[in-house]
Design a protein around this ligand. Structure first.
Ligand code: SAM
Length: 283
């Protein structure tokens, strides 16, 4: 480590409620020499709210290299720099990777000041298994590309978490329903920590219905957690039921297969049907 250099602090800031920031984060932002932020106007609100008077400089996805070099120069001169994004934890679907890499290469210390992230906030209330999960950030905007991305991810062996914008929330949930079936368990966090926070939990078709019934609820910021499909099915269907299902699938329609297998193995038709859908989606 270059001992004379300053430290690059990666500081998490609120994802909505301005008071969701740690005491150490406020102290760091007050005491550092400069705060690098995505949008200076946006971060001014946070600074004003917490009486932080440190100068701001712009570091965003369009100037990461150039601003990163300026930040590195300051660090090497011994200044401490804090990096924040518009919301949550920098580098989580947000800029920061370039300057962190530059700092590592230059042996400048990089230190986290942890705090909110929409991903972790939703998982903490989702009621979905969190023992292992895969975070995919934003999927592609175009519907055909998004469906292809989903086909690579689903059916999923562990919980999958994605970010989504208001324009695409319904098509995105519809893709999930197509690939995993209408009963698949999801949690959707909308406007977390903000005035109109809503947390949906349940089968995907019921969440789609609730959003369709109240179009205003389709606006805002969303994070989606998709429960594991294979594990759910594996738990419920034994190996013999799966083997029979796979044997009958090429011969009979899914509904008939579900009925026959359910009768033969004393399991639920719905579980067999979900297994068939998961198989078809992975083909
Ligand atoms: N760095 C942020 C974090 O740690 O969560 C994520 C930044 S990413 C550019 C912004 C996306 O995160 C939004 O489009 C939305 O999908 C999700 N997000 C951010 N704040 C949210 C909130 N309050 N409620 C729900 N989703 C949110």
């Amino acid at each position: 480590m270059a001992t004379s250099s300053g430290t690059l602090f990666i500081v998490a800031t609120p994802i909505g409620h301005l008071d969701d920031i740690s005491i150490r984060a406020i102290e760091t932002l007050k005491n550092c020499d400069v705060i690098a932020c995505e949008d200076t106007r946006h971060s001014k609100r946070l600074c004003h709210h917490h009486d932080i008077r440190t100068p701001l400089l712009a570091y965003h996805q369009h100037n990461e290299r150039q601003a990163g070099s300026q930040i590195l120069h300051r660090l090497q001169e011994g200044q401490n720099v804090a990096l924040v994004s518009d919301a949550g934890t920098p580098l989580i679907s947000d800029p920061g990777y370039v300057v962190v890499q530059m700092a590592h290469q230059a042996m400048v210390p990089v230190s986290p000041i942890p705090g909110p992230s929409a991903l972790i906030s939703l998982l903490s209330v989702a009621g979905i298994d969190t023992s292992s999960f895969r975070f995919e950030g934003f999927l592609p905007n175009k519907s055909s590309q998004r469906l292809n991305a989903f086909k690579k991810l689903l059916p999923n062996e562990s919980t999958v978490v994605i970010y989504e914008s208001s324009h695409r929330i319904l098509p995105c949930l519809t893709d999930i329903q197509t690939l995993l079936g209408k009963d698949h368990l999801l949690a959707v966090g909308r406007e977390l920590t903000k005035t109109f926070e809503t947390i949906y939990h349940g089968p995907v078709d019921s969440i789609i219905q609730q959003l369709q019934d109240q179009p205003v609820q389709q606006k805002g910021e969303f994070v989606i957690a998709i429960a594991a499909s294979n594990l759910e099915i594996n738990d419920k269907l034994n190996a013999a039921a799966k083997k029979l299902t796979l044997a009958l699938m090429p011969l009979l329609p899914p509904k008939v297969v579900s009925k026959l297998v359910a009768e033969h193995h004393h399991c639920h038709k719905k579980e067999v049907y979900q297994f068939i859908l998961a198989q078809q989606a992975s083909e």
